[in-house]
Design a protein around this ligand. Structure first.
Ligand SMILES: Cc1cc2nc3c(=O)[nH]c(=O)nc-3n(C[C@H](O)[C@H](O)[C@H](O)COP(=O)(O)O)c2cc1C
Length: 197
């Protein structure tokens, strides 16, 4: 199984990034391959000039095409998701998330905008034809404490539990996705079939 993780924070030190890192570790523990992208890794010129042929964007697109699911996390900026993330999403084709399971997440300074995932991010993911959009996760900054030095960040137990439950659902939804039949296997089955309809 392959998952693409897309971080929407312009900041290097990022609480929404912590959620993605935690999720990545959890999924890897279940044998899932996770490929990570951050908005700040994309050349700003490509994003601001909406270069659809940007190599970094094409690379992201290729990974999404091969992936079973997408983890996407953003800080809440001005009651919505980050503008930097929008510049990346704007460069994806309309059906980029077709057949994908998507788990959206956001962190914010207070609960005032806890619905930003639902009213701002989810409509955009739907426009990209996400197949299964799971219930989003919202965390307030006080629930995520950065570790000192190289120590890992700490999540509030309630958040940690919610995150793990959502990841279980994410994994289950990806496992249930119908898989295309391997053409070689189909050929073998047709050759060995005794009857056909
Ligand atoms: C420019 C800017 C705008 C923000 N706007 C909001 C907001 O409208 N609502 C909110 O709850 N938090 C807001 N915040 C706080 C961030 O959402 C919060 O600190 C978040 O966890 C940052 O995520 P990050 O560490 O991944 O960048 C804002 C922060 C910045 C820098």
């Amino acid at each position: 199984m392959l998952v693409v993780s897309l971080g929407g924070s312009p900041s290097q030190r990022s609480r929404s990034g912590v959620l993605l890192e935690r999720s990545k570790g959890w999924l890897q523990g279940q044998g899932v391959e996770v490929v990570s992208y951050q908005v700040r890794d994309f050349p700003a010129e490509d994003l601001l000039h909406a270069r659809f042929d940007s190599p970094k964007v094409l690379d992201l697109l290729q990974q999404i095409e091969n992936a079973d699911g997408l983890l996407i996390a953003t800080p809440v900026y001005k009651a919505s998701f980050s503008g930097a993330l929008k510049t990346v999403l704007d460069l994806l084709p309309e059906r980029a998330l077709a057949h994908k399971v998507v788990l959206p997440m956001a962190t914010g300074g207070s609960i005032a905008h806890m619905l930003a995932v639902d009213y701002a991010l989810k409509p955009v993911l739907s426009a990209l034809k996400a197949d299964e959009l799971l219930q989003g996760i919202f965390a307030v900054d006080s629930q995520i404490a950065y570790g000192e030095g190289s120590a890992a960040a700490k999540l509030a137990p309630e958040l940690e539990q919610r995150l793990n439950e959502s990841l279980e659902l994410f994994l289950g939804a990806m496992a249930r996705r119908p898989r295309p039949l391997d053409p070689g296997l189909l050929n073998d089955r047709l050759l060995s079939a005794r009857w056909s309809i």
